[in-house]
Every structure is written in C-alpha cells, then in structure tokens.
Design a binder for this molecule. Structure first.
Ligand SMILES: [Zn+2]
Ligand SMILES: [Zn+2]
Length: 150
C-alpha cells in the first residue's frame, strides 16, 4: 500500500461520493451499540484515516451525535438524502475520520485488523476466527502498535 492509494465510495443514492488518498491508520469491526443502531446492522466496519485524506464531494453529511465510552461526542454520519451510513468521527480522536467500509465501491480493498466492543457483539453469529479482540475501546498502546504496522 502506498501513500497515493486512492479509495472511492459513496452512498446508496450516489448523492454522496468520496475519495480517500493514502493509507488507513486503523480498521476495526465495531460491535458497539451505537454503531449497531446507527448502521442497522450487527456491527460496523470502520476504516480510520487522517481527516485530510478523505475528500467528500457533492454533499453535506448529516450526523447523529452520541456519547462515546470516552465521555466525548461521537458523530455517526449519513447521507442526508438516502440515509446511508457513511462514517463516523469522535472528539476522542479529533485527527481522524472513520469511513464505513461497506460504502466503498469495492469493500474488499480494505480489511479490518481487529474487533472492538466485543462485549456487545450479538450471540448468534461467531466472531472473526483470527482477528485480535477487545471488549471495549482499544488501549492506546495497542492502537499505536496497530498504526505503526500499516
Ligand atoms: Zn445518498
Ligand atoms: Zn462503534
């Protein structure tokens, strides 16, 4: 993966399109209740990039605001026209923006490196067989290790 890698994606109605330049800082399957509810799915897979890497075109994103484990606001972003979940931001990680990887034109191009908030994972489907698991948020030391591994 090089620094000029470009990923593209958008919402279901195509009003929102985005391009991402560069490599992800970290990618997690997130089982937290807020991601579950904001995406209508049993988990969200979020790829986090530096803010400057993500260029959103054509549209403003709506955001539903929740409070994260950190006690700081978390913004679950969606297309204001069709409601597709697009990504998330957290005041706990102000330098980064999360992209829901299901919104990529090809969701196969990025893969998660771990699972977080497994304490609220649903019981009726197994967790990933090999990915590292965290009951809640990733401890800073582990996050740093993961960021340096890309
Ligand atoms: Zn849309
Ligand atoms: Zn989450």
């Amino acid at each position: 993966m090089t620094n000029d890698t470009v990923y593209s994606g958008g919402c279901a109605c195509d009003q929102v399109r985005y391009e991402i330049t560069g490599k992800p800082s970290f990618i997690f399957i997130c089982h937290c209740r807020n991601c579950q509810r904001a995406t209508g799915n049993i988990y969200a897979t979020n790829a986090w990039f530096p803010h400057s890497a993500v260029a959103i075109k054509n549209a403003e994103l709506g955001a539903h605001v929740t409070t994260g484990d950190s006690g700081k606001p978390v913004y679950h972003e969606y297309c204001s026209s069709c409601g597709s979940p697009m990504g998330m931001r957290s005041d706990a990680y102000p330098d980064f923006r999360g992209v829901r990887i299901a919104s990529l034109d090809d969701p196969n191009v990025l893969a998660p490196v771990g699972e977080v908030f497994t304490r609220s994972a649903v019981s009726w489907i197994p967790l990933h067989p090999t990915l590292p698991k965290f009951e809640g948020q990733v401890p800073d030391a582990d996050l740093l290790k993961i960021m340096n591994s890309y």
